[in-house]
Every structure is written in C-alpha cells, then in structure tokens.
Design a protein around this ligand. Sequence first.
Ligand code: TGC
Ligand code: FAD
Length: 388
Amino acid sequence: MYHPPDYYLVDELLTEEHKIIRDAVREWVERSVKPIIDDYAQKHTYPTHLIKEMGEIGAFGPFIPEKYGGAGLDQISYGLIMTELERGDSAIRSTASVQTSLVMYPIYAFGTEEQRTKYLPKLASGEWVGAYGLTEPNHGSDPGSMLTHFENKGDHYLLNGSKMWITNAPIADVAVVWSKDEEGKVRGIIVERGMEGFTTPVTDRKWSLRASPTGELVFDNVKVPKENLLPGVKGLKGPLTCLNSARYGIAWGVLGAAMECYDTAVQYAKERKQFGQPIASFQLQQKKLSEMLTEITKAQLLVWRLGTLRNEDRATPAQISMAKRNNVETALKIARESRQILGAMGVTGDYPIMRHMMNLESVITYEGTHDIHLLITGMDITGIPAFE
Ligand code: TGC
Ligand code: FAD
C-alpha cells in the first residue's frame, strides 16, 4: 500500500475506522482511476463508468444517514475520502463533492421526507447523477443577483432562466436549482431530466477538469411539480450552507492532488541525474521539496482541526472559507513547483502533475474564488463586507 507524506504523524489522530475507509478508497483510486485518468483527460471525455463504482465504495453521501443510503460517517471520514479521490483527479472528487454536499445534502437538510426517500438512495448508489445550479452567465461571485425565477401557476411552478459552469450538468438526472420566487426570495427546486423545456448544453474546450463534464442548465418555461420545492430554507443562506460542506470537502481534497505532485517530484528528483548528480542533491531543488512538505503538513493540520470542529458542529463558514482558500492555493503552488522539478517531463501526461495543476486552476475559482475567500476572512476580521 502506498504511503503519502505524514511528517507530523497525523495518522495517529485518526481512528481505526478512519484508516480503513481511507485505505479502501485509496486502493480503489490506485486500481480504477490512476491507470485510466490521463487518457480521459487528454481526450476531454468523462469516465462515466466510475460513477456506479463510486457509489459502491461509499463516496456519495458518506455523512448522510444510512436510512437514506448514506454511510452515517463523521466529517473526518468525508474529508479523507475527498483527499483520496483527488489524489486520482479533481474531476473524480468534483463528482463526489457535488453529489454529496451540493445535491444530497440540501435534499437531506431542507427537503421533505418524500423527497429524501425518492432521491437520496438513488444518488447514494450512483444510479442517479446530480448537479447543483447556482452560478449564472452574469452572476458568479454574486449569486444573490441571480435572474433565474419561478412563478406559482396553481398546480405547478413555471421555471425560467439559466445556470452556467455546472459540474455534471450534461449527464445529470436531477439538478438542485437555486432560483427566485415571486417575492424575490432564493429557493431550492429539484428539476429532473426529461421535464419539457429543460436542456443541458455541454461547455466544451476546457483546459482544466477535462475529465469532468461541465455544462449549462437552461429552463425555458419548465413546469416543475410543486412537490419539488425544498421547503426547509429561504434566502441565499440555503445555497451558501451547502457550499460550506463542499468547500470543507475541497480543503481536504486538494491535499490529495498536492501530495501526488510532491511524491512524484521527490521520486523524480532522486532518480534524474544532471551534472553527474541526482537533481535532488542540489540545494535549490531541496528548498522546493522542503517548502512543499512544510505546506502540506500545515494544510493537513488545518483540515484535521476543522474536521473536529465540524464534528462538534462548531466550524464557522469563515473558518471553512480560510481552509478552502489556503489549501487550494497551497496545492496549486506545489503543483507548479513540482512541474518545474520534472523539467520538460513535467508537461507530459506520463506524470500526473500538469493535469493536477490545470485542474487546480478551476478549483481555485469554483466554490468561491480565492479573492472572494480573502474578502470573507476580511469581513470576519473587520466586520465590514468589502464585496460591494
Ligand atoms: P450576504 O448578504 O453576506 O448573505 C446572505 C445570507 O446568507 C448568509 N450567509 C451564509 N449562510 C451560510 N453559510 C455561509 N457561508 C454564508 N454566507 C452568508 C448570511 O448570513 C445572509 O443570511 P440572512 O438570513 O441574513 O439572509 O450575501 P452577499 O450577497 O453579500 O454575498 C456574500 C458572498 C460574496 C460571500 C457570497 O455570495 C459568496 O460566497 N459568493 C461566492 C459564490 C460561490 O461560492 N459560488 C459557488 C457556486 S457552486 C460551485 O462552484 C460548485 S463547483 C463544484 C465542483 O465541481 O466541485
Ligand atoms: P466572477 O464572479 O465574474 O469573478 C471574476 C473575477 O473577479 C474573479 O477573480 C473574482 O475573484 C473577482 N471578483 C468578483 N467579485 C469581486 C469583489 N467583490 N471584489 C474583488 N474581486 C472580485 N457553479 C455552480 O453553481 N455549480 C457548479 O457545479 C459549478 N461547477 C463549476 C465547474 C468549473 C469547472 C468551473 C470553472 C466553475 C464552476 N462553477 C459552478 C462556477 C463557479 O462557482 C464560478 O466560476 C465562481 O463562483 C466565480 O464566478 P465567475 O466565474 O462568474 O467569476
């Protein structure tokens, strides 16, 4: 079994159950993701056959109660699963993030019992794929200004508008869509593939997350049954509460990408010789490796502590935001430094680094951009929102 860096013995902070879960997902990623993922990314296609397998290994809804198809696990387990998936590719972790935190979680937290029983087991098993529609063509960082809206037509709602940059949109069976009611309040509504007027055009030619399907959700007078409205939340705090869970998962996930790049760079530096020496013997390369391991260690401790706070339901949105920002930036810097250590080989698909680096350019933008997260911390420090 492969052993990633654990400089501060963080493993000792985990339970036996955590390690069993982590090792099982790691083994699946080694066997099912790593051998094929470069091909899918190079061809800009999606390994859809992995979705059912992800359901089987418990990657969807690990913290959702077992009675709805989840595994009833704690937040550290969720984080560890995200790390292992992203060690394979951010696209694989994205699928699990969206399904778990952005689709299953709102249905579980804000849905009716009928909605929970109808959707959650099928999403947990991977029989159905979910998407989450918040971003619009003209409203990304500022989702509160969204235009997508629905009208009450007596026996149904009539939904109009569009969402853009939506992970899994082209293959989704269901979408949790955030739209405004007649009073201008943001509400969550479940839209199903096959509803008349609902289409999901593909967003193609991405240089990032090439093994993840991205697309639009377009609603042209879509008649949505009234029972598809999530009754449990009104206002922007609905979608933002889901983002807390997803951002938390990303803070753990990107550690996987960072460690994969670091491990690759260490191994390469020890083997590659220039000027008659392994390049690992040169001080400049050692500086890079030392700084990378330091940053990985800090990021590991950050998410471990955040996970314990989340288990106690004490983690604040601003604490989660800080971890998302810090760990994604850390992972991206490590990917860039690792790429340099590999020289020209670093730009090829023979090594995972360039793929991780390009993926992380999306990860630093989605779920709140790096700058928006800086402003969230700034607001937490000063009490003054600097968004407008
Ligand atoms: P603001 O006036 O501050 O707040 C509106 C209401 O929301 C509440 N709130 C939160 N509630 C829970 N969790 C949070 N993190 C919250 N942040 C704010 C707030 O208390 C208020 O509640 P109430 O009851 O008073 O109404 O809102 P604002 O419009 O000024 O915006 C604040 C800002 C900029 C921080 C927010 O809009 C934001 O986070 N923007 C970034 C947008 C974003 O992250 N989009 C992500 C889209 S989904 C995605 O990228 C999926 S990628 C999936 C993948 O492939 O992995
Ligand atoms: P903008 O909001 O236009 O921002 C552009 C730049 O301006 C950024 O650098 C930003 O930081 C900066 N900026 C904006 N406002 C401020 C301010 N007040 N102060 C200082 N700087 C500011 N969305 C979903 O809803 N569901 C998904 O599944 C989903 N998946 C995605 C998958 C991919 C591959 C990508 C790339 C994006 C995805 N998104 C998804 C969208 C993502 O959440 C948005 O791209 C993101 O929130 C930023 O919005 P934007 O791209 O419109 O950028």
